[in-house]
Ligand binder design. Sequence first.
Ligand code: AMP
Length: 419
Amino acid sequence: MADPIFRAPKGTHDILWPESARRRALTAVFADIVEGAGYTEVVPPMFEHVEVFHRLGDATDVVRKEMYDFLDKGGRHIALRPEQTASIVRAFSEHRPTVPWKAWYEGPNFRYERAQKGRFRQFDQVGVEALGPEDAHLDAEVIALAWLFYERLGLRRVTLMLNSLGGPLDRARYVEALRGHFSSDLDALSADSRTTLAVNPLRVLDSRRPEDADLVAAAPSMLDHLSDDAAAHFERVQAALDSLGIPYMIAPRLVRGLDYYVRTTFEFVAEAFDAAQNAIGGGGRYDGLAEEMGAPATPGVGFALGVDRTLMACDAEGVFDAPTTTVDVFVVDTTGGDQALSLTDELRRAGLRADRAWDARSMKAQMRAADRSGAALAVIVGEAELESGMVALRDMRGDAGQETIHRSSVIDTLLARLQ
Ligand code: AMP
């Protein structure tokens, strides 16, 4: 085959059937769970004024390096969303719904990242955000919903990593402690981490460079810097998870990429992946973000789950299979095509999933198309059937063979057979 003239841009990919159907099914499972827990869908725009995302923290990689931003024709500085929490909280601030406000969302995000396996420049997430209550049980609720989602997909090898970043003051004190720790031995740090240290000491903890490993391992722990309030909140989250039977690992170095997190932070890790891209979802509390967006101070907690990586985890565990077919019935018509035209229409109106062959091909070619469609049954009309007002019904999968039935009874028969 000749090379195509165009390919999808780097870091993006086309999602063809059956993977596209599998994604839709995944979103449906998610929607079912979160709507059943009182979360309502919000569909924010895919782009915002760039300042909305600056609230994620000017020192974060997402804002500093990865944003798709541009001036539109009206001179506005716009950015494609790199995540959706900022948009949802902006929407909260704009519309001021009554609290508790529990929202869910799905859809693509855009980050100019180094494209590799499991890391794309356009990727889908599903997520929830709950604004209003400060209650630690709400942190546990959102975690439990993500857990239930993974369970419904059939995933068994997911680990919940849990940490607390404390309140804003605790966090600031911890950042200073980290700065002190890493600055005490600057020469031992990689050049990249020295740059990171200057803008965001927390991110140095994320370094996976071997030369940084010793200093990172010896770094002070956030959990030693929690105020009494933050420590009590964190304990209540853990007690709630214990009582719900959700296992977790305390991960004192889990800082997450965005600046707005305080108190509870968490990540879901797929054990089937190697360490570099093993996060399939994450979230936490962001009690200061609503105020930053101009709303009255309102606590919030939520998560975003990566759809692409979750499906990769499903592949690795051999669960949540893609569908193998879209139609149940295939109409084969060797009388010229009029029968296929009317029969498929009748079947579809009756709620059956039906397809047909084209171009008045031979019986053999049409049967091959029926086979390829994956349909369980074929309805066959030849000259003899047409004359006698009958159709043949062929079992395409089992060994029930073929029977001839009245055309007028075809829908009832199919509905009964496909139950
Ligand atoms: P974050 O918004 O960075 O906390 O990401 C939440 C989840 O989205 C991660 O755990 C990943 O599963 C997924 N994710 C984030 N960035 C990417 C990306 N560039 N490509 C694919 N998935 C991503």
